[in-house]
Design a protein around this ligand. Structure first.
Ligand SMILES: [Ca+2]
Ligand SMILES: [Ca+2]
Length: 625
């Protein structure tokens, strides 16, 4: 399948036999982008000997041909004017010895469905489900091992090995996810990771998670390759669901062609793994920061097998920008989640965001960085902070509200402990231009699983889920959380990336958590709870687009309201020790005119006058007259 795809997409016609088939990046392009520049990289053994090139196609102009340090590359700068129609044209390369090479290149027609059924963007009305594809479901055992790849292990009993999960497995579970209320899939990176197993902290680890790119234009064949990804995106879009792709601009795997044969030495940052980043994002906004500390953050390689890209090199930046545009148009992506945001050149991330939204105005982009303060998180977005550099990302993954929700559920309420931390965290939203653009969550593939963090306490689980689905922002759930998958990271994050039970044909029906009959009563109750909450949220204007008002927690009792002209929702949580009858006069501002409370999970209606709340209880009510 892959072979057919490749040959259709870029037919390379060789006239001079001495040259192996070069590869061209981007592999194809489209007519009609706002940015008329297209910078092609031609990669092939000794392709740099060609000194001249020509293109004859109406509306397409070759501006220049450029050589770089490695003789295995040629750079062709083209202009695709609005007059260029979709079609295939030839690029003729000529060497001084009169040998020539003819490359065919395709300009496709852009999709008329962008912004309608695809590339719609993701917003607060959505519910994002994070999947590590290798660990979710194996829909096609024939792709578990690809013999031509460097790593041919597939062993479910080894937590560091690949397990065989794939894109078809995800596509086969869309009904399950839709029933849960999910509207949007975020998969850890789908790009090819053709790496051998690497030594990480003494373990032989595979690139099963997807964060070790070796080819930007190839989806890993163990996940099903480009065609399977295209099919999954189409299936999701057919159901009105959306796709967020996980991007890594900061680094690549050391078996990427850029790392194995860099076009020029300055494509990679020079630390060569010797000075890893110190991870302290304060260097970007600290008025007293040193350049030394800032450069170490930007240039340091995470680990020696993840070479750091020098985004100050214009060709590197252009390669990444064109790839992001290519993937968005090719697959109809609705959003990008940008990995390791704080390690990228600041100008570069602004430039790539601008380039993407110029071509795809409805596209959503949010960054990921594990930061230590709301100020730091807001710094990387459009914000209200005065600093010399201004970032333009609309939102970030909100680690601060995550930590605050966990503290609020776990700690004793006090002056500076427990639920006040959630109140205080939200009060810092003044820093953001629009805090609702953040993606909020309770855990992910890099963190201890939330059910374990909460001591497997089902009341606390419901409490945190209530907050996740009713606070501002786009909620994200990590796969399996809805069926109480648990674990801590123990010297590795592989322990929080276990297989979803039931995703493999060999899994017993009685433990197939995709099916009600394969879940324990607790697991089924958790699944049902989230499904009801998420599906209620879908149709609630107050929760998705309404305003938020919170009241200072009193004796562990914390209330906030989401409201608009049509609807008012009250989220009430009691983290104190005694049964409590709220003093409603405090909340009059939001409760005037209402007499009853409708529980959004059970549908039960109570009078406000009769209501009292038990310690540890958390409830979501729609206010009724
Ligand atoms: Ca498979
Ligand atoms: Ca970097």
């Amino acid at each position: 399948m892959q072979r057919i795809f490749v040959s259709i997409v870029f037919k390379l016609v060789l006239i001079y036999g001495a040259f192996a088939q070069p590869v061209v990046y981007p592999t194809h392009w489209w007519a009609g982008f706002a940015d008329q520049h297209l910078n092609l990289i031609v990669r092939g053994t000794d392709v740099g000997v060609f000194a001249a090139a020509s293109v004859r196609y109406p509306g397409v102009r070759l501006e220049r041909i450029r050589k770089v340090a490695s003789k295995n590359y040629l750079f062709l700068d083209l202009v695709i004017t609005p007059a260029a129609k979709p079609g295939t044209f030839f690029i003729e390369l000529q060497s001084p010895g009169k040998s020539s090479l003819r490359i065919s290149y395709e300009l496709k027609a852009r999709s008329s469905q962008n912004g309608i059924t695809r590339v719609r963007g993701v917003d607060t009305r959505d519910f994002i489900y994070l999947i590590m594809t290798d660990r979710f479901a194996n829909g096609d055992p024939s792709n578990d091992v690809i013999k031509s790849y460097r790593d041919t292990f597939c062993n479910r009993s080894d937590k560091f090995s690949r397990h065989g999960g794939d894109l078809k497995g995800v596509g086969d579970r869309l009904s399950y996810l839709e029933k849960l209320g999910v509207t949007t899939l975020w998969l850890t990176p789908v790009n090819e990771n053709d790496m051998p197993r690497m030594n990480e902290w003494g373990n032989q680890v595979a690139g099963y998670h997807g964060y070790w790119f070796t080819d930007h234009y190839q989806v890993d064949k163990r996940l099903g390759g480009n065609q399977a990804y295209k099919e999954l995106c189409q299936l999701a879009h057919n159901r009105g669901m959306k796709i967020i792709q996980d991007a890594i601009y900061n680094h690549i795997g050391n078996y990427h062609w850029i790392a194995m044969d860099p076009p020029a030495a300055d494509w990679l940052n020079s630390s060569q793994g010797k000075n890893p980043p110190h991870h302290r994002e304060e260097v970007f906004f600290d008025p007293y920061a040193s350049m030394q500390d800032k450069r170490q953050m930007l240039d340091g390689w995470f680990v020696p097998h993840l070479p750091d890209l020098n985004q100050r090199n214009k060709d590197v930046a252009r390669f990444l920008i064109q790839y992001a545009i290519w993937a968005t148009e090719e697959y109809g992506l609705d959003g990008w989640r940008v990995d390791t945001y704080k390690y990228n050149e600041e100008d570069f991330v602004n430039d790539i965001n601008t380039a993407l939204t110029r071509e795809f105005p409805s596209l959503t982009i949010f960054g990921e960085s594990w930061v230590t303060s709301p100020l730091a998180n807001a710094y990387f977005t459009r914000n209200n902070i005065k600093t010399p550099f201004s970032h333009n990302a609309e939102g970030m993954l909100d680690f601060q509200s995550c930590f605050a929700m966990i503290s609020a559920a776990k700690e004793e309420p006090g002056w500076s402990t427990g639920v006040i931390k959630l109140y205080n965290s939200l009060a810092q939203d003044v820093l953001y231009a629009d805090p609702s653009k953040n993606c909020i969550f309770l855990d992910n593939h890099d963190m201890d699983r939330i059910f374990s963090v909460l001591g497997e306490d089902e009341s606390k689980y419901k409490m945190t889920m209530n907050w996740l689905f009713t606070l501002r922002g786009m909620p994200q759930l990590y796969y399996g959380t809805e069926v109480l998958m648990k674990n801590y990271k123990v010297n590795t994050d592989a322990t929080v990336r276990e297989d979803f039970p039931g995703g493999w044909a060999a899994d017993a029906i009685k433990s197939n958590r995709f099916l009600a009959e394969g879940r324990t009563p607790s697991q089924d109750s958790a699944y049902t709870y989230i499904s009801r909450l998420a599906n209620f949220r879908k149709s609630s204007t107050a929760l998705t687009t309404g305003r938020l008002m919170q009241f200072i927690p009193r004796d562990g009792l914390y209330l906030y309201f989401r409201y608009d002209a049509k609807q008012s929702i009250m989220v009430i949580t009691h983290t104190g020790k005694e049964i409590m009858k709220p003093d409603w006069s405090i909340y009059k501002e939001r409760m005037d005119g209402y007499a009853r409370l409708r529980n959004v999970i059970t549908g039960e209606i109570k009078s406000i006058a009769d209501f009292s709340i038990k310690p540890g209880e958390s409830l979501v009510f729609e206010l009724l007259p």
